[in-house]
Write a protein that binds this ligand. Structure first.
Ligand SMILES: Nc1ncnc2c1ncn2[C@@H]1O[C@H](COP(=O)(O)OP(=O)(O)OP(=O)(O)O)[C@@H](O)[C@H]1O
Length: 225
């Protein structure tokens, strides 16, 4: 197989619609994510941000519309997408019975590169502590340390990466995101906080929300005041 240049990496959605429990979360959603581009998915609680991300990584197959990766349609594109993807979900994917070093080793990192990544997220001295003994913010930093490994894949999909981080943590992560973009990587992420990234594009799910059918106050139907 001929290796693709970073500039050929492109995630694209057209007329994307997701529905949960009979409720349309978003419909008619279009976006392109190219190499070197960052896209922040915005929307209120329950708008469907996590659902969108899980759909894009192939964990939720119930959607209508079209998603392509490098020109190939889902679900056929998913094996190649996953080979180029680093996904950090809401739950961060940290194995709490392991140490930070062991967590990074699970993702294939050698000790030296894992130590360097843990230093970057200010976890030096905690590398051998069990994650279950670390704070919420420190566990988030363990998850985010994967972004600081030299072999980090080109496409990052991150669900609330800034959650639980202190000011220095936010600043360090923003710096690493900028560095990734400058190397031709791409990032799609959610955040309820503003993120300082040059050239950041936004995708607000409220622009794609369908009007919901209001409950009818029919005779014999109880409607809460
Ligand atoms: N597997 C599922 N089964 C049923 N309903 C679901 C499922 N996944 C999500 N939902 C519903 O879809 C809606 C959107 O959820 P989602 O987690 O995508 O929102 P969000 O925009 O990420 O919210 P938040 O900002 O609070 O994290 C919610 O009402 C949720 O209950």
């Amino acid at each position: 197989m001929t290796p693709k240049s970073p500039s050929s990496n492109l995630l694209r959605a057209r007329r994307l619609c997701c529905e949960r429990e009979g409720r349309v979360l978003f419909a008619g959603l279009d976006f392109d994510l190219a190499a070197g581009q960052a896209l922040q998915v915005e929307g209120s609680n329950g708008a469907g941000k996590t659902t969108l991300l899980r759909t894009l990584i192939g964990s939720a197959g119930d959607f209508s519309g079209e998603i392509t990766w490098n020109g190939q349609n889902y679900p056929g594109a998913l094996p190649d997408l996953r080979a180029h993807l680093l996904y950090i979900g809401h739950a961060a994917g940290v194995r709490r019975g392991l140490t930070p070093l062991e967590n990074l080793a699970w993702y294939g990192a050698g000790r030296d590169e894992a130590m360097r990544a843990l230093e970057q997220v200010d976890l030096f001295g905690f590398e051998d502590s069990l994650c279950q003994q670390l704070s919420a913010g420190q566990n988030r930093r363990v998850a985010l340390a994967r972004l600081f490994l030299p072999a980090a894949p080109p496409l990052w999909i991150l669900d609330e990466p800034l959650a639980a981080l202190d000011v220095a943590g936010v600043s360090g992560l923003q710096g690493q995101m900028a560095c990734h973009l400058s190397r031709g990587g791409s990032i799609l992420f959610t955040s309820h906080q503003p993120v300082a990234l040059a050239g950041l594009d936004t995708l607000n799910l409220s622009d794609y929300a369908s009007p919901q059918v209001a409950p009818l106050a029919e005779e014999g139907v109880d409607v809460l005041a």
